[in-house]
Design a protein around this ligand. Structure first.
Ligand code: EPZ
Length: 429
């Protein structure tokens, strides 16, 4: 087993380089299923979910090579549809992009039900609504989601009942190589949706309006290979911005698109943190006591739900009572229990965390319960003197490229250690 050990209390200082965006890399990697040619993807983050996605495609017959640091060549010419591993697919949510790509390429799909972070119910009804609008007949049986169709994907107009990143991506994937024109209304507007559209258009697709709430996709006969670089990870960047502020440090965050971080920057300034925007970097500077604030997480360009746990840690250090309402995910409050072990005074009322700031946090042994909860605990450990240890750190490494190395580069006293789990020790004795 592995755990992260932190000896906290040191302000972070220096420069950190942001990696490619996990939530852009995943749909772009699966989008290669639509391309019977070589695609070279650059700025790919070295995180568990990317490795797993590449392994899923390899097991389906894709030819995948690492051709340079953070650069992979993916050739899905010989990929066999409907052959993904049930157990691998259930280890994350993004594997459901196989539905849109298999439906687009083969006119049918056979994919195990997706897994992913445990946020309570994570419905896929909007994905199914979209596939049916495109002429798919969707059934779930034996743990698999099956899509069948008379004539493959036929373009149509789709209005999503809720804004859904995954459903917007899945329908864009399927419709990009189908017949006819598809209009997605009430589409998600996240930067990673724009990145995927740009990748598909570089492969010869005809997609307009990505980044707005209405996306128009004209299906094309086939896509050709290309070379494409993933955008920087705005959530990784936001995480380091909050870590810099919470540890009372001074950090330059390199390789960012400041526009993607506007809602995070605005909130940090409101709290009293110094934030300076450069062309492709952001400088975060501790400027003294933190003000309380109220946050509601919303689809982009609102405050990102994936920054909710991290911001709650910062607000534990602010003066007064702050509120963080979760407007996107069903239940994203599992981090609260673990933060309470470190002395946080947080109550959850419905979908709002009520955070009483000003109580000193204390080091403690804690568990990463999901990706962003885990990194929030890491930030908390960095802020408090004493030894914090975090287990289940694979959940953090699903989405953060070399976080221990990058934090050490900023002066943190943090390391990853390997140790036999209790069971194996008991067996040994
Ligand atoms: C993506 O999840 C991200 N995951 C999540 O990031 C992120 O939190 C989320 O988008 C919101 O930005 C990946 O990109 C791999 P959704 P996804 O479809 O696609 C409702 C991380 O930490 N909904 O926008 O699952 C439902 O309430 C992860 O990197 C339906 O009702 O997000 C859901 O909670 C965690 N029906 C909410 O929308 C549907 O068919 C957001 O879902 C689909 C969604």
């Amino acid at each position: 087993m592995e755990k992260i050990l932190i000896n906290g209390g040191t302000p972070l200082r220096g420069t950190v380089e942001i990696s490619g965006m996990k939530n852009a890399a995943l749909p772009i990697i699966f989008a290669c299923v639509l391309v019977k040619d070589k695609c070279i993807i650059e700025n790919v983050p070295n995180v568990i979910d990317v490795t797993l996605s590449l392994d899923i495609l390899r097991c389906m017959g894709a030819d995948i090579k690492t051709i340079a640091k953070n650069t992979v060549e993916i050739d899905c010419t010989n990929l066999k549809g409907g052959t993904s591993s049930y157990d691998m697919v259930r280890q994350m949510r993004a594997s459901y992009y196989l539905l849109g790509t298999e439906f687009g390429r083969f006119g049918k799909a056979h994919v195990g039900y997706p897994g992913g972070c445990d946020f309570g119910v994570r419905p896929i009804d909007q994905h199914i609504k979209g596939f049916e609008a495109l002429g798919g007949n969707v059934v779930t049986e034996g743990g698999y989601i099956e899509i069948d169709s008379e004539n493959g994907v036929i373009g149509n107009n789709i209005f999503f009942d809720v804004v859904s990143v995954g459903a917007t991506i899945n329908i864009m994937l399927a419709a990009s190589v189908g017949e006819g024109t598809t209009i997605i209304d009430n589409a998600a507007r996240e930067p990673h949706i724009v990145d995927l559209a740009n990748f598909l258009n570089t492969c010869g697709a005809n997609i307009k309006g990505a980044g707005t709430d209405m996306i128009k996709i004209k299906g094309v006969k086939e896509l050709h290979g290309c070379t494409y670089a993933i955008i920087p990870d705005m959530i990784e960047a936001g995480t380091y911005m909050i870590a810099a502020a919470a540890t009372k440090g001074h950090v330059r965050v390199n390789n960012v698109i400041p526009k993607h971080l506007e809602s995070i920057t605005a909130k940090l300034e409101e709290i009293g943190v110094g934030v300076e925007e450069l062309d492709d970097a952001i400088i975060v500077d501790y400027r003294g006591e933190f003000n309380r604030t109220t946050i509601k997480t919303l689809p982009y360009p609102g405050f990102p739900t994936d920054m909710h746990p991290q911001m709650s840690v910062l607000l534990c250090l602010a003066n007064g009572v702050s509120y963080v309402s979760e407007g996107v995910i069903e239940n994203r409050f599992r981090y609260v229990e673990e933060l309470r072990r470190m002395g946080a005074s947080i109550k959850v009322d419905g979908k709002t965390a009520i955070i009483e700031g000003g109580n000193a946090l204390s080091a403690a042994p804690v568990k990463a319960v999901d990706l962003r909860a885990g990194v929030a605990l890491l930030i908390a450990g960095l802020c408090v003197a004493g030894k914090t240890e975090i287990t289940d750190i694979h959940l953090i490494e699903r989405g953060y490229d070399d976080i221990v190395g990058k934090m050490r580069g900023l002066g943190a006293d943090i390391k990853k250690i390997y140790f036999p789990d209790n069971a194996s020790v008991q067996k040994a004795t």
